[in-house]
Design a protein around this ligand. Structure first.
Ligand code: ADP
Ligand code: ZN
Length: 206
C-alpha cells in the first residue's frame, strides 16, 4: 500500500507513522528525519536544510522532491511505503504524481489551537523515533521502548512553532483539497489518545 500521512506539525503523524509502517510492513519515510540525519552529518543538503528548518520554514521544493524521488526508487519501496511529512506543498504533491501513484492519503486532524502545546512539550527518541509529551512522562527522561535518552528537537520552540503553523496554513493545507479531488483522502480525528487514533486509521484503511 502506498500511503501519505498528512497533518499539521504536532498532529501526531510521526507517532502514528511508526505504528502504521510496522503493521503493514512498509518503509516509513519521513522527510523531517531525512533532513535531521543530513544536518547531523553536515552533508551539503543538511547544511542548506538547516537554514530553513531553524526558521520554521520549508526546505525548497526542488531539493525536497529530489530526495523523495531517489528514496522511492529503492527496492524496499516497490511494494508500498508510508510518506510522513511529504508532500507539504501543492507543487510537491504534483511532482509526486509524476513519479509514483498514491493509494490513500490519511489526514490526521487536530484543531490548530491545540498544536502549540503539543509541540513545545514534545520529546523524541533519537533512536527509534518514538514521541512523548512531558505531560505524560512524569519526569522520566528515557524512551520506554528502547531506553535511549529523549531529546527536544531544536525547532520545537514556541517561536519556530508559530512560524511552522503559519507555513502549514498557507502552503501545506491546500493539499487537502488537492487529494480530496483525487478521491484518495480519508480523515481521522487526531485528538484522542494514541491507540484510539491508530485504531481509527486501521479501520479506515480496512
Ligand atoms: P513536523 O511535522 O512536526 O513539523 P517534521 O519532522 O516533519 O516535523 O519536519 C521538520 C521540518 O523539516 C519542517 O518544519 C520543514 O522545515 C522541514 N521539512 C520536512 N518535510 C518537508 C517537506 N516535504 N518540504 C519542505 N520542508 C520539509
Ligand atoms: Zn526509543
Amino acid at each position: 500500500m502506498k500511503i501519505v500521512l498528512f497533518g499539521a506539525p504536532g498532529a501526531g503523524k510521526g507517532t502514528q507513522a511508526v505504528r502504521i509502517a510496522q503493521k503493514y510492513s512498509i518503509p516509513h519515510i519521513s522527510t523531517g528525519d531525512i533532513f535531521r540525519a543530513n544536518m547531523k552529518e553536515k552533508t551539503p543538503i543538511g547544511i542548506i536544510a538547516k537554514t530553513f528548518i531553524d526558521r520554521g520554514q520549508l526546505v525548497p521544493d526542488e531539493a525536497t522532491i529530489q530526495i523523495v524521488k531517489e528514496r522511492l526508487e529503492k527496492e524496499d519501496c516497490q511494494n508500498g511505503f508510508l510518506l510522513d511529512g511529504f508532500p507539504r506543498t501543492v507543487a510537491q504533491a504534483e511532482a509526486l504524481d509524476t513519479f509514483s501513484s498514491v493509494d490513500v492519503v490519511i489526514n490526521v486532524e487536530v484543531p490548530l489551537d491545540k498544536l502549540l502545546e503539543r509541540i513545545t512539550g514534545r520529546r523524541v527518541c533519537p533512536k527509534c523515533r518514538e514521541s512523548y509529551h512531558i505531560k505524560f512522562l512524569s519526569g522520566v527522561t528515557t524512551c520506554a521502548k528502547c531506553g535511549t535518552e529523549l531529546v527536544q528537537r531544536a525547532d520545537d520552540n514556541a517561536e519556530t512553532v508559530a512560524e511552522r503553523l503559519e507555513v502549514y496554513k498557507k502552503e501545506t493545507s491546500p493539499i487537502i483539497d488537492y487529494y480530496a479531488k483525487q478521491g484518495v483522502l480519508i480523515t481521522v480525528n487526531g485528538e484522542g489518545d494514541i491507540e484510539d487514533v491508530f485504531n481509527s486509521i486501521c479501520e479506515k484503511l480496512g
